[in-house]
Design a protein around this ligand. Sequence first.
Ligand SMILES: Cc1cc2nc3c(=O)[nH]c(=O)nc-3n(C[C@H](O)[C@H](O)[C@H](O)COP(=O)(O)OP(=O)(O)OC[C@H]3O[C@@H](n4cnc5c(N)ncnc54)[C@H](O)[C@@H]3O)c2cc1C
Length: 433
Amino acid sequence: MQFDKYDIVVAGAGIAGISAAVASARLGVSVLLVEHYPFPGGMSSAGMVSPFMKSVTGGKNLVRGIYLEIENRMRQTGGMIDNGFYSWAFRAVANHMLVEAGVHMAYNTDVAEVFRNGRNVTGVKLISPAGYRIVEASQFIDTTGDAQLVALGGFPWLKGDENTGRLQALTLFFRMGGINVKRTAEYSAQHPDDFLPWMDFNFDFSRIVSIAGYKGLIKKAKDEGRFPADVDYVFFTTLPSSGEGSFNTTNILGIDPTTSYSLTLAEQEGHRQVAQIVDFLNRDVPGFEKAYLIDTAVQVGVRETRRAVAQYMVKGHDILSGAKFPDAIARACYGIDIHGQKDEESRMDELQEGDYYEVPLRSLRVAQSDNLFVAGRCIGSTREGHAALRIQPTASATGEACGVAAALAVRYKQNPDDVPYILIREHLAHNLD
Ligand SMILES: Cc1cc2nc3c(=O)[nH]c(=O)nc-3n(C[C@H](O)[C@H](O)[C@H](O)COP(=O)(O)OP(=O)(O)OC[C@H]3O[C@@H](n4cnc5c(N)ncnc54)[C@H](O)[C@@H]3O)c2cc1C
């Protein structure tokens, strides 16, 4: 069996893992980034999730650093406008940045086992088409979204709502072309009560347009048995090319996405819903007469699975009260956004414009380990905290912070808890000033 040694192993190449790997490699340590898919991006590519959620408040841009580099580079490729982007643009830019930083990538590879000696993770067993491979490292970063390193290493984790165990709904994204955006926008402005209350009917067609609703038309289609029972509205944002939309609309309930069996069911249900929704749009919705399905995401989008038990668990109260921390590593302004499960109301609790909260370094440090970090979707948090921190800009910022903290621990040959916070902060000043 092949044996390798790196300073840092990052597991999972979603936006958090990409940011972690680039940040640490830029500090001169050797980094292996392990990814299940044959390409980077996770939810940002395989899940086709777009747009980036809010990270600017009161005119202040809270997340810069690697996140802003990804944004700017995607704009240069023509793959991003406003906050919306194509998954191909994300994938291409991420690959370039990883190669430029000198990260070694192991795509098509899964972490299958985690070895530990007490509080220390000592290595991981990887499986790829070539077989097994063991990789040792001094620091490990879990950005698998599902806290896979944490779970495989036998460290504690939590899943879902603390009282009910509910997990957020899943969504299979899809894209359509040939939409007459002006016509369908006009329809929405003429029927405002059929659309979601946050909609702004003063459309600027040179920018991204967001439309969510068609409730009256949906009710009729549901009565006729030709629309998914669990979907209450159609939500899409237009993409850079005119006439294209990205649909965050399917609503797949009753699934625990940590099992292969459930994910298989979700895949089947997602495609069933897409077919019905596209048919409904073509038949019933003004502006969609000539629209066509371009693509569905590679995988059903998973909002919530395991979260690590970290030294500090970010809570809903921290989010809504705009908590500040002495060991802050990132800032964010996105509120608590829970896509309700069966029999659960969806929630969107927003912060006032101008308000923001901080994310502490301790929420990235797995409580019972000295050398295992988490970032992105599996960050140490309660369900409410997670529902705010899970968005892409914050996932990138927490990933970047892990990368910096782990690299400095390697550089100074110290337990990450003993690296002076001031040194870590220096490298993250762009996100904390
Ligand atoms: C339907 C949906 C809509 C959303 N809407 C928005 C939105 O509009 N705006 C926004 O900003 N955010 C949105 N989000 C949230 C956001 O997309 C994700 O939370 C974020 O992208 C997570 O990034 P991540 O890097 O933590 O994890 P992921 O993107 O999930 O990446 C984890 C990676 O780890 C890999 N992996 C997992 N296990 C292993 C293993 N054992 N070995 C190797 N690799 C492994 C996976 O293949 C994956 O590539 C949405 C999410 C969903 C699901």
